[in-house]
Design a protein around this ligand. Structure first.
Ligand code: ADP
Ligand code: MG
Length: 230
């Protein structure tokens, strides 16, 4: 579960500060997807960055599985992200030289100790996830050999490698056409259910919202009631 409690975040802006998030509270439970919509610049990505412990809020708390993670030091926050939080950024940031399968297995090599047994476990999880996102046949391909939609699927699979309890996804369909976008949303809904993640999904595309378990609309950093679940 992830719970944001009265989060406020400001950025320096010349001699004053701009408020990116203004007193936002929300909760996402395991096995559910909460949509976050709002105009460009309304604070959606900032909200995900705070949820991911990449940015510390000015005030308020972030609870992940009941633990207040908003005051962790950077080492502890890195550890938390490695073990508990899956992040899919807006730009796919796959490593050009690695195959789809290696994009996943390399997650196991980043930090932490890795025994041979752990490596075998990571390899079988990578294969299971590639299958879950429909890419078993493309496992040996590098990013430039994959379509935009396939790259996004690799991104999502990679974010799930360490079995996170929280999945944060920023505009996964922005570079895709309607049909491919809809299938990415379907995939996130299905994996959230199968893997029981608490998922926050930023999208500016309102057509996807009715299929989510909940939705919030954010304007100028503030939650608005205008577009809750349809
Ligand atoms: P969205 O994802 O909804 O488009 P953002 O969260 O990216 O919105 O931005 C919200 C507000 O915070 C905007 O006014 C943006 O200019 C500002 N902002 C975001 N990141 C930074 C930053 N690193 N430094 C300064 N201002 C920022
Ligand atoms: Mg954004």
């Amino acid at each position: 579960m992830i719970r944001l409690n009265h989060i406020t975040l400001t950025f320096p802006d010349g001699s004053s500060r701009v408020t990116a998030i203004d007193n936002v509270s929300l909760t996402a439970h395991p096995g559910t997807v909460t949509g976050i919509t709002g105009p460009s610049g309304s604070g959606k990505s900032s909200l995900l960055a705070v949820s991911a412990t990449l940015i510390r809020p000015d005030s308020g708390q972030v609870f992940v599985d009941g633990l207040d993670v908003s005051q962790l030091n950077s080492h502890e926050a890195t550890e938390l992200r490695r073990n508990n939080i899956g992040i899919v950024f807006q730009q796919s940031n796959l490593v050009p030289a690695l195959t789809a399968r290696e994009q996943l297995t390399v997650m196991n090599e980043l930090g932490g100790r890795h025994s041979r047994r752990k490596r075998a476990k990571a390899a079988s999880r990578a294969d299971a996830l590639l299958e879950a996102v429909g890419l078993s046949d493309q496992a040996g391909k590098r990013p430039h050999q994959l379509s935009g939609g396939q790259r996004q699927r690799v991104n999502i699979a990679r974010a799930l490698m360490n079995d996170p309890s929280v999945l944060l996804v920023d505009e996964p369909t922005s570079a895709l056409d309607q049909e491919r976008g809809a299938s990415i949303i379907d995939l996130i809904l299905r994996l959230t259910d199968e893997l029981d993640t608490s998922t926050l999904l930023v999208t500016h595309d309102l057509v996807h919202l009715p299929r989510m378990h909940g939705a919030v609309h954010i304007v100028d950093g503030r939650l608005s009631n205008a577009a809750s679940t349809a």
